[in-house]
Design a protein around this ligand. Structure first.
Ligand code: NAD
Length: 458
């Protein structure tokens, strides 16, 4: 358990400011060495990380390895490879009247950066933004989620081993620590979590006039066309929706399926889930994070739901549910589901379905299953989203060359790979002139100069 508010947060921030102004983080070698130490730490403690994720969320080892450990390591390697090129200033051309001059864009760190993480991928969603911020040359204060305490404690150790004090610091705790952070003048803010709490962080960042990346959630629609490979669509939806027991911000939240395919889709999905979650003694399904989330999810489940396996409330294990013949006004359609519950809505007319979708807040991701490019693009252009993936789900977020983030209610700003480096730096305009005669100086008296200038600057 964490001892609430046992940190002197203003003093920690001051030590980070001092560290930043020592200019150590300006050195590319310093950043690379720090990131390499983090990579070594993760590689050396992989078993402990998997144990912590199992203790916090009952994450199956394979899911934890690919989505948390491997993904974080691959992002680290990506940064180590490309950072030397990214930090290089970009030359910029100059207008003729500036001659002679040199201009360039430099990618400068903001200084102190706050990263607040959620519980669902508590390792990866803490470290992925942290890697980008350190690579960009910032000092970082990281607050992991108190709902994944074993991972949070391990993160604190890993960070202490990899980074100098003042460079990167973990502050662990719940509400009190969170509230304490809101008062501090960080120079950059990145928050991942719910919309309600995200607003508090957005207000705090605005109070300090600091830039921020807001990574929120929402209901990610999954729209099926008539012309699809139904078996393969079902397979991909089953394996992505129920990954981490549906507690993924970009999981398909609900299915929109043509009326003629509704029954076949629901039946095939049931069969696919029975084949996946075949062993009731060791189900390959994570557990629900807390009793309150368990209760919330149970209340979304309609009487006619299709259940695969048995619930075990004492272990916060919720068996996968399909909610066939759901409607736009079903309880499960009111908010982001964030669990192993999947409403299936049948549609007769795609235009009417898209009109309904347009009434929902913009999601992080949109999924469209179709063989027809015209259908894919019709849905993609009608519905705004942070990402769109055709004929699969979730995996788009593992493409490090793609930026990750939301739009509207699902958030603002982007990170991951190069987008992360850009999010945590600002483009500083630098111009150098020399002590040469000014051929094109503008200086009074202006009399008689206007006509000459108008001809010259046409
Ligand atoms: P949450 O908002 O409850 O908590 C996130 C963080 O905020 C935690 O570290 C928590 O301690 C802190 N916090 C909570 N209340 C606070 C307060 N009053 N003051 C200060 N800090 C406070 O979110 P969660 O339940 O951990 O995450 C679930 C949500 O996050 C879902 O909506 C999901 O879609 C979204 N999410 C988004 C992404 C993304 O990358 N866009 C990724 C994962 C999850």
């Amino acid at each position: 358990m964490f001892v609430e508010n046992s940190y002197d947060l203003p003093a920690l921030l001051e030590s980070q400011e001092r560290f930043f102004f020592s200019q150590k983080t300006r050195s590319l070698d310093f950043r690379i060495a720090a990131l390499q130490r983090l990579a070594d730490g993760i590689e050396g403690r992989t078993d402990e990380i998997l144990e912590a994720l199992s203790s916090d969320l009952g994450k199956p080892g394979l899911e934890a390895y690919v989505s948390e450990v491997y993904f974080t390591l691959s992002e680290l390697r990506y940064f180590l490879k490309y950072l030397p090129a990214w930090v290089k200033p970009r030359r910029a051309g100059n207008p003729f009247y500036f001659f002679p001059a040199k201009s360039e864009v430099r990618h400068e760190p903001f200084g102190t950066s706050l990263i607040v993480a959620p519980w669902n991928y508590p390792f990866q969603l803490s470290l992925s933004p942290l890697i980008a911020s350190v690579a960009a040359g910032n000092c970082v204060m990281l607050k992991p989620s108190e709902l994944a305490p074993a991972t949070a404690a391990l993160l604190e150790e890993l960070i202490r081993e990899a980074f100098e004090p003042g460079h990167v610091t973990v502050v662990n705790g719940g509400l009190e620590v969170g509230k304490g952070l809101l008062d501090l003048p960080f120079k950059h803010w990145l928050y991942t979590g719910s919309e309600k709490v995200g607003r508090l962080y957005a207000e705090a960042a605005a109070k300090h006039l600091a830039p921020m990346v807001l990574e929120l959630g929402g209901k990610c629609p999954c729209v099926l066309d008539q012309n699809i490979d139904l078996d393969q669509a079902v397979e991909r939806i089953a394996s992505t929706k129920f990954f981490n027991a549906g507690q993924t911000c970009i999981a398909p939240d609900f299915i929109l399926v043509p009326e003629a395919l509704h029954d076949a889709f629901s039946e095939k999905l049931k069969v696919a889930l029975e084949a996946i979650f075949v062993d009731p003694a060791a189900p390959d399904l994570a557990r629900i994070v807390s009793p309150s989330h368990y209760k919330r999810l149970r209340e979304l489940i309609s009487d006619d739901s299709i259940k695969v396996g048995d619930d075990d409330e004492s272990k916060l294990f919720l068996a996968p549910r399909i909610l066939p013949r759901a409607g736009w006004d079903s309880p499960a359609m009111a908010d982001e589901i964030f669990g192993p519950v999947l409403p299936v809505i049948a549609y007769r007319d795609i235009d009417a379905a898209l009109t309904e979708l347009q009434k929902l807040p913009s999601p992080l991701a949109l999924y469209v299953f179709s063989r027809e490019k015209s259908f894919q693009e019709k849905v993609a252009s009608a519905i705004q989203s942070g990402a769109v993936c055709f004929n699969d789900a979730i995996k788009q977020a593992t493409v490090l060359e793609l930026p990750f983030g939301g739009v509207g209610a699902s958030g603002m700003g982007r990170y991951r790979g190069r987008a992360g480096f850009e999010a945590f730096t600002y483009a500083r305009a630098v111009t150098k002139r020399y002590f040469f005669k000014d051929f094109f100086a503008i200086k009074p008296p202006y009399k008689g100069q206007l006509e000459r200038m108008r001809k010259l600057l046409k």
